[in-house]
Design a protein around this ligand. Structure first.
Ligand SMILES: [Zn+2]
Length: 228
């Protein structure tokens, strides 16, 4: 799902033989008469005058979460990944992000490029020491669940409910780590459980932002289901 601007947009098609690229562009895009692939003239196929923004269009979950969800990002290096995680966390109904170690905050422009405004609806705090942050969260009664591929991890999809016997004030913090080294072992040892995404194919893990998006969406969904 792409975020659509609220101005109109067009579908255009390249008229060159052997190209025929079909592409969307904003009404106000200066070079829309020319094919972005080969430079030949293009024709207008379709004009969408009042493109309603996806944010108003998309179906929304109405049910309130039975468990508060938050996330701890331990030394996620890439601003692109952090922005993407902001967007996914917002969409999955998370309330807060703890940005730890070198994890860039929305004070960096590069984060805003992929968060697309999600940073405005999602609060965050920065901790330079992620292990210290994890200890504080535990002291405050939160539960830490790490997302990591390791031998003691359990399959995310074996979880059927997250609200079971859950005191309402005891939220869950999903913990993800660095792109290369994963979650700091001293944070991992504070986590109540470690979850993994079952993988097909050659690669044994997803990009951290993709993995976070999958897990966050599933946990957000479970958090809205009742126990019955
Ligand atoms: Zn072309």
């Amino acid at each position: 799902m792409a975020a659509r601007s609220s101005s109109g947009y067009q579908i255009r098609k390249c008229q060159a033989k052997g190209c025929g690229l079909r592409f969307p562009c904003q009404d106000d895009y200066t070079f829309k008469e020319l094919c972005p692939r080969c430079g030949a003239p293009t024709e207008l196929i379709l004009a969408q005058t009042s493109a309603a923004s996806e944010d108003e269009d998309a179906p929304r979950v109405q049910r309130k979460a039975l468990v508060e969800l938050e996330a701890l990002l331990d030394n996620v290096r890439s601003a692109w990944n952090v922005g993407s995680i902001f967007r996914s966390a917002d969409g999955a109904g998370f309330n807060h992000l703890y940005l730890c170690g070198i994890t860039p905050t929305p004070d960096y422009r590069a984060v805003l490029k992929t968060s697309l405004g999600a940073e405005k609806s999602l609060s965050w705090t920065q901790y330079l020491d992620g292990q210290q942050a994890a200890r504080i969260l535990l002291q405050n009664g939160l539960r830490l669940w790490a997302l990591e591929n390791n031998p003691s991890a359990s399959n995310l999809y074996d979880l059927e409910v997250v609200a079971e016997n859950q005191p309402p004030n005891q939220g869950i913090v999903l913990v993800v780590g660095n792109e290369k080294s994963g979650v700091d072992p001293d944070i991992l040892s504070l986590c109540e459980c470690v979850l993994y995404l079952p993988m097909h194919g050659m690669k044994r893990s997803y990009n951290v932002a993709v993995a976070f998006g999958i897990a966050a969406h599933y946990l957000g969904w479970l958090a809205r289901l009742s126990e019955s």
